[in-house]
Ligand binder design. Structure first.
Ligand code: F6P
Length: 753
């Protein structure tokens, strides 16, 4: 069977280059041998025959006088003896004389009968001819001569067999010498190559070991060896990819993120856009007070921007915001330790009503959350939404100092912004992250501007969601409402020749959280909280902390407390549930109704189970700074996150991060994206009041060892999958796409396409 010089690899038919080189070398060798060996044999044959011819003439010249004398005398009778003596020479076969009459005279015995005078002695000149006799090659030399009246040709026959033998030997020796030489050279070359390869292997190995430890390949090695720029680039990529892929070994941090930007996206301008600003300045009692809003988006993006620098464009919503910016509406933040620039965009009341309260929060918010609040879509709201998206797109264009910035667009307030920014800055890399769930296409189809929203988002380079499930929903909606090509393997959508990657990037929090830095030990936090709320020392504390939003399941968890106290009255007086709720979107009926309902329900439950000194539900409706939030987390036995539907829910991750004592239990709704990661929490269906009540009791009775075991696993996950990893993965994907685009652009330029 013929050898198959190809290898099959990952479904592709790949030629083995070594096999090809070996085949070519063998063919070359065969060609050389087939050419050189016959040449050598021919040369040897010629030389030898020429030698014999010379000898033939020499013989004739040296004996011609004696022969002539012999012929003249007595009719040459003594010549035979003379000829016989001369013919004793090894290669001289026979001698003779052909008369002009064609008669053979005085011939020695070994003259073959096939040699006749008629054919060999015909001209007046010397002739040397080769003839075959009984398989032998013979040289027949005929020299015309005369002796007196006798005229004729002196004939000398040489046996040429030895010439052929010599030629054959020459051929053999030449072939053997060539083969030997080639094999020897090949072996020598292979030995040298192997030595060189081993050296390279060692260099690459030690360089990779350096990479593994996160350090630069040593300068000594790099200088001594022929480290090409390609190799350096490859190692650089490898280092970055390790940071990206191997979360268990690489601790994502502000430094890693910085390094990533330096190495993979050098000279990059980062511009973030969100509705909510990270620092709000409010005028309070005549002074300017700083507020950090209760927002998962801010909690996640702020540390990233601190690490990356750049600009953050957001709505200036504080009552003292205008007083604190410069002429370009810029303010450097964080206050006291500035790391990036906040650019504030101003919106009128009317604009906020239409764009923020109206279309974003009465339309898209309930549309995307399964919380049974009917979405409301009004044309005027939509028009404001379009106008404000355009205003932010103009702001991005103003702030961009180059034509290819990385623009990070956040959330459902800006569905149209990606395509609008693309209009201004066609070369920008636009990363859009949708912080809330994406509904199934049936639900999404009720939005009157569904196509516009889809086309807007598909202006992004990368569109991110918290979970694969939301990505799938988006692809399904694309399939239904957009003229596009969907590549499900690559998870990308191409519209009018422009491709958008659709990817899951589970958002997270900074690790370690900065709010943890100033926290006293857990016992002191508990003491402080008990004092603040006048709780007896043995009281068990459950907490819920978030914006006062109907998606959070605040009423449902209160009902679960009620249910537990009804079924297990022994907890009365021993369990308090503190709900810290930041007022939000209060202008909207659904939100004000929720707040009223929560207050009413808390009162009802407190009446049912409480006393003059005991209130099982403590409802604190105000903004809490991160320090206060962390103090509450650390004071709690149980944290309840009972979202009816949530993209991720960072409260769950913050609670886990706050518990460096490894105590406390997280109760988590299966409808929050976080449930896909924090699987050691007690999972609940917030619609199932009874089950949630049971989970509460299970949490309160959980042994410390089990609490530790669960928290350790969750803390490790949040530590590794922190927000720097979230941002890092998006930026790495962006860097890859930018490189690909550059390569394609330079190829197009080279080919003049
Ligand atoms: O949950 C989505 C989200 O945009 C969060 O990222 C953010 O915390 C919140 O909603 C927005 O709240 P607000 O309307 O107060 O900015």
């Amino acid at each position: 069977m013929p050898v198959d010089w190809t290898l099959r690899s990952a479904g592709r038919h790949v030629r083995n280059p070594l096999a090809i080189y070996a085949g070519l070398a063998l063919a070359g060798m065969a060609l050389i041998i087939l050419t050189v060996a016959p040449l050598a044999s021919k040369v040897v044959q010629r030389w030898s025959q020429r030698d014999v011819e010379l000898r033939s003439r020499l013989v004739f010249n040296s004996i011609r006088d004696q022969v002539a004398a012999g012929l003249a005398q007595s009719n040459g009778t003594n010549l035979v003896g003379f000829f016989n003596r001369i013919a004793e020479d090894e290669r001289l076969l026979a001698l003779g004389f052909c008369s002009d009459a064609g008669q053979l005279l005085h011939a020695t015995k070994r003259l073959p009968p096939s040699v006749d005078c008629a054919s060999v002695a015909r001209t007046k000149n010397d002739t040397l001819a080769t003839v075959f006799d009984a398989g032998r090659r013979l040289l027949v030399s005929a020299f015309p001569m005369s002796a007196g009246a006798v005229r004729g040709h002196f004939i000398i026959l040489h046996d040429l067999s030895f010439v052929d033998e010599r030629a054959a030997k020459a051929r053999l020796y030449a072939a053997s010498a060539l083969v030997g030489g080639m094999v020897g050279t090949g072996l020598l070359a292979a030995a040298i190559m192997l030595g060189a390869l081993r050296g390279w292997q060692q260099v690459v190995r030690s360089a990779l070991a350096d990479v593994r430890q996160g350090i630069e390949p040593s300068a000594r090695r790099a200088d001594l060896l022929p480290f090409t720029s390609d190799m350096r680039l490859l190692l650089r990529d490898l280092r970055a990819e390790r940071r990206e892929g191997d979360g268990l070994q690489v601790q994502w941090s502000p430094q890693t993120l910085n390094l990533l930007l330096e190495e993979r996206l050098p000279d990059t301008e980062v511009i973030a856009v969100s509705n909510r600003e990270p620092y709000i300045h409010n005028r309070k009692n005549g002074a300017v007070a700083l507020q950090i809003p209760a927002s998962g988006l801010v909690a996640a993006l702020e540390p990233v921007m601190r690490a990356c620098g750049g600009k953050w464009i957001a709505h200036g919503s504080g009552s003292a915001d205008r007083e604190t910016v410069d002429a370009r509406d810029h303010i450097r933040v964080p206050p006291g330790d500035p790391a990036y620039t906040l650019r504030r965009v101003w919106l009128s009341e009317e604009e906020q009503d239409g764009y923020y309260y109206g279309f974003a929060n009465e339309g898209l918010w309930p549309l995307c959350h399964i919380a049974f609040v009917r979405p409301t879509f009004r044309l005027e709201d939509w028009q404001q939404y379009v106008a404000i998206n355009q205003r932010f797109a103009d702001a991005v264009a103003q702030e961009a100092s180059r034509d290819d910035p990385i623009v990070l667009i956040h959330d459902y307030h800006f569905a149209l912004l990606p395509a609008m920014v693309r209009e201004h800055l066609p070369h920008a890399t636009i990363l859009t992250f949708w912080h809330i769930p994406w509904p199934n296409s049936e639900t999404f189809s009720i939005c009157p501007w569904r196509e516009e929203i889809m086309y807007g988002l598909l202006g992004s380079t990368i569109l991110g969601f918290h979970t694969q499930f939301h990505c799938n929903n988006f692809l399904e909606a694309t399939d239904r409402f957009v003229e596009s090509r969907i590549d499900r393997e690559q998870a990308s959508v191409t519209v009018a020749g422009r491709e958008t990657m659709i990817r899951p990037y589970p958002i997270s929090i900074e690790w370690p959280p900065s709010a943890l830095a100033g926290q006293p030990p857990v016992a002191e936090c508990r003491e402080a909280v008990r004092r603040r709320f006048a709780l007896p020392p043995a009281t068990r504390i459950a907490v819920g902390i978030e914006r006062f939003d109907y998606t959070k399941g605040i009423l449902d968890r209160m009902r679960a407390i009620d249910d537990l106290l009804r079924r297990q009255p022994a907890w009365k007086g021993r369990l308090v549930f503190i709900q810290a709720a930041a007022p939000t979107r209060g202008k909207l009926a659904a939100y004000s109704a929720l707040q009223c309902e929560a207050e009413r329900l808390a009162e009802e439950i407190n009446l049912r189970h409480g006393s003059a000194t005991y209130k099982p539900i403590v409802l604190v409706i105000r903004h809490h700074d991160p320090d206060e939030v962390f103090e509450l987390f650390r004071a709690a036995d149980v944290c309840v996150v009972s979202s009816l539907h949530d993209g991720m829910n960072l409260v769950a991750k913050e609670f886990v991060a706050s518990r460096d004592d490894e105590q406390g239990v997280l109760i988590l709704s299966t409808f929050a994206g976080a449930a896909r990661e924090l699987s050691e929490a007690l999972m609940v269906n917030p619609y199932d009041t009874y089950a949630m009540g049971e989970a509460l009791e299970q949490a309160l009775l959980m042994p410390p060892a089990e609490q530790r075991e669960r928290l350790r696993l969750m803390r490790e996950l949040v530590r590794v999958r922190n927000v720097y990893r979230w941002a890092g993965q998006m930026l790495l994907d962006a860097a890859r796409l930018r490189n690909q685009q550059r390569i394609v652009a330079s190829m197009v330029a080279e080919t003049g396409g």
